[in-house]
Design a protein around this ligand. Sequence first.
Ligand code: ARG
Length: 406
Amino acid sequence: MSKEKVVLAYSGGLDTSVCVKWLQDEKNLDVVCVCGNVGQEETGLDAKKQKALDLGVLDCQVLDLRDEFSDEFLTKAIAANSMYENKYPLLSALSRPLLAKKLVEVAHEFGATYVAHGCTGNDQVRFEAAVKALDPELKVIAPVREWDLKCRPDEVAYAHAHNVPVPEGANDNPYSIDDNLWGRAIECGHLEDPWNEPLDDAWVMTKNPEDTPDTPTYTEIEFEAGKPVAVDGKKMKLSEIVIALNKISGDNGFGRLDLVEDRLVGLKSRECYEVPGALTLITAHKALEDICVEGDLLKTKIKLEQDWATAVYNGQWYSPLKNALDAFMADTQKFVTGTVRLKFFKGNCHVVGRKSPFSLYDYGLATYDRDTTFDEKASAGFIEIDTLSLKTWAKVQGPSSAAAQA
Ligand code: ARG
């Protein structure tokens, strides 16, 4: 009888290589590996595929997901100015649902009973929530929750004992890294004490602001209906725009974050991120929205952006709440078309210009000059009505009222 099958999210690193062997030996399963390229700084995908095949997997699919990640995930993240707790642009939380979707597709293709992953922390929740939403019948195996390999040296020992090749330098990197087009998350080691300043070796995508050019760099980003379409006049697809901005901003030392965030499971975690392109795009997009989105709508959108980010952080990419929020966000983007001019200098990025054919900014109304079209006389009546409730309160309960004096 043929064995049951499991589709594993495989990165080619130590964890997921040990997972392959463990699923074969301990669970008696045939393994299919899926290795997704979401723009992480990875080399040697072919070698990783060969390594999986050498371990006896049924198949190892290397998928280039960069455009799908950009067009389906980053576009929505930009529309929602994605910032969990107003500070973290959600990079890992954006890639997990796409990888989960690919796993489910491959599981269907191979008639697999299980999918498996090597995630811990928030990512395991995101991964499994996405799988359950896409196919509630598929079963999930998380080897790292089941085996008793407690630390990296345990995994290395298991690998040696079971003829799993150990990647060179498996014990060298003091950090836990997750990266994709949208940036890079750096955790663990020296960073676990929130009083410790990050060491220089934590940063890869961004220059130390002290070592950046002594003259500013200006960049223009063009948007159409909320989507970035060109940088400095050059039309590009979104994946290319993100790569180009990662470089421009990173070279100017912009995009480093050092923060403490609230994990889904209730604990606080110190995180460092490098998100040069992501922060640049969100900064520019917000500036364009400031002139293109009507004021009441903008205020409501800003509140719902937090709900969007929390839903995505918490693994609800495929959920009715997130779908409805996306529909709202999409509606707000119809007129977010125009150009934003940015100035990078020594770790900073400032918006220095914005223009749009749909701009609601009216010079005639806004000017302080005498020839303004704004009816100053109408202000008196407006203030009278607007302060009516406040005046009533002031008389009866306010600081100078009889009640307050008593
Ligand atoms: N704290 C971030 C999040 O939950 C990043 C997680 C990154 N994972 C890692 N292995 N470094 O989205």
